[in-house]
Write a protein of this length. Structure first.
Length: 257
């Protein structure tokens, strides 16, 4: 039986309607026994907490403010996230970072929110889960500035080039989050992971987004991470069991469990 870990899935999303528990069960049946759930903002906290309390041996929560939720009122969201970090067990500060794909209006606020949440991670001795859409170097510079032996994390949904991958690895205790994009024709990510040892990779779905082939264009879920693992095994010319073993071990190092 495979033992895979989905290091990034929004299984509490309203896109799963009333299927949240069934989605968790399907993941477990597919051999995906560890599901790490990032927060978005105050609106996602109730669903996140409920799912993790319902499935405490499978679902592990993170706490943070997503960059796309950073606006003129972001201070309130940061205070709320810190309040939760102070009173409940979380396994990472995330999903945090910078997103310049849709809108650059609040770029300075995004940078400030990201920097402050990295400091929160250091305070609570937690890893960071980084969203860096069209903002790799902006995120990298802040992480490099604040990096020390106490900081670790993952560049979630990594889809940049080999030079960026090497920069992540150079930070020390940081991994590349590899998801459905790996299975997309002409994404170029296959050529990047060919050059990167398995020890630097963790698997993720970003469910309900970025479903891998053969489910591309449909709602993603954690059970589909098997397709990502199979593609990675093919690229690296190793067994599926080896991919599962190494990437799950990496996730244990990342999250401490």
């Amino acid at each position: 039986m495979l033992m895979l870990s989905d290091t990034h899935a929004h299984l509490y999303s309203e896109k799963f309607d009333n299927e949240h528990d069934a989605v968790v069960q399907r993941a477990v049946e597919a051999g995906v026994g560890r599901l790490f759930l990032p927060n978005i903002d105050s609106s996602s906290i109730p669903g996140l907490i409920r799912l993790c309390e319902t499935h405490p041996s499978v679902c592990f929560p993170m706490m943070g403010v997503h960059p796309c939720s950073v606006d003129a009122e972001y201070e309130k969201e940061l205070l709320l996230a810190e309040g939760w970090l102070a009173k409940k067990k979380f396994y990472a500060v995330g999903e945090i970072g910078i997103d310049l794909y849709w809108d650059k209006t609040f770029i300075e606020q995004q940078k400030d929110a990201f920097r402050r949440q990295v400091l929160l991670a250091k305070k609570y001795k937690l890893p960071i889960v980084i969203h860096s859409r069209q903002a790799f170097y902006e995120c990298y510079e802040i992480v490099a500035e604040l990096n020390d032996d106490s900081l670790s994390g993952v560049f979630h949904c990594f889809a940049d080039g080999i030079e960026e991958a090497k920069k992540v690895i150079s930070l020390g205790n940081f991994w590349l989050g590899i998801g459905g994009v790996l299975t997309y024709k002409n994404s170029g990510l296959d050529k990047v992971v060919q050059e990167i040892a398995l020890e630097h990779l963790v698997l993720e779905t970003d469910a309900p987004y970025l479903a891998p082939v053969p489910h591309r264009g449909k709602r993603n879920e954690s059970a589909y991470i098997v397709h990502v693992a199979q593609k990675l095994a093919e690229i690296k010319n190793v067994s599926l069991d080896e991919v599962a073993r190494v990437t799950t071990e990496n996730s244990k190092k990342l999250f401490g469990i």
